[in-house]
Design a protein around this ligand. Structure first.
Ligand code: HEM
Length: 123
């Protein structure tokens, strides 16, 4: 049995940092998603996302992360829906492919991200 966390198997902190940097470049170049990030401090956002994924991939304490429902509630009021969520998932997948992460690990990441869909969309 593989006892390493998804965090370790993906390549640890180095891989998460590289993935989040490249992921947000894609997100901010996407006209569908960019409006949600206008006026948001991207340094803070990127560091929060790195902490979140570190925990979501099994490394560290979940006490350090915020409630995804509350964080995204104002965005849902501005129209955040499944189309935006799918686009985010697509950029995440493409980023991991570009970093040559194995397809089976990408599938695991997709499952983890997918598990937050209803929380993020406040359903
Ligand atoms: C599974 C999917 C998602 C995850 C894991 C996620 C994760 C996060 C995290 C960790 C934060 C920072 C929370 C904090 O510490 O303050 C955040 C905030 C934010 N997210 Fe997401 N997010 C997801 C989906 C989305 C989508 C689909 C959008 C819009 C296209 C979005 C837009 C934002 C914005 C604009 C903020 C900043 C809110 C603010 O500071 O007022 N997120 N998200």
């Amino acid at each position: 049995m593989n006892t390493e966390t998804l965090f370790d198997r993906i390549g640890g902190e180095y891989a998460i940092n590289a993935a989040v940097d490249s992921f947000y470049e894609k997100v901010l170049s996407d006209d569908l998603l960019y409006p949600f990030f206008e006026g948001i401090c991207m340094d803070t956002q990127m560091s929060s996302m790195k902490s979140f994924l570190t925990v979501a991939f099994g490394h560290g304490s979940s006490e350090t992360i915020k409630n995804m429902r509350e964080v995204h509630a104002p965005l849902v009021e501005k129209g955040l829906n499944d189309t935006h969520f799918d686009a985010i998932l697509g950029h995440m997948t493409e980023t991991l492919q570009e970093l040559s992460i194995a397809e089976n690990l990408i599938a695991e990441v997709q499952d983890v991200v997918e598990s937050y869909r209803d929380e993020v969309l406040n359903r």
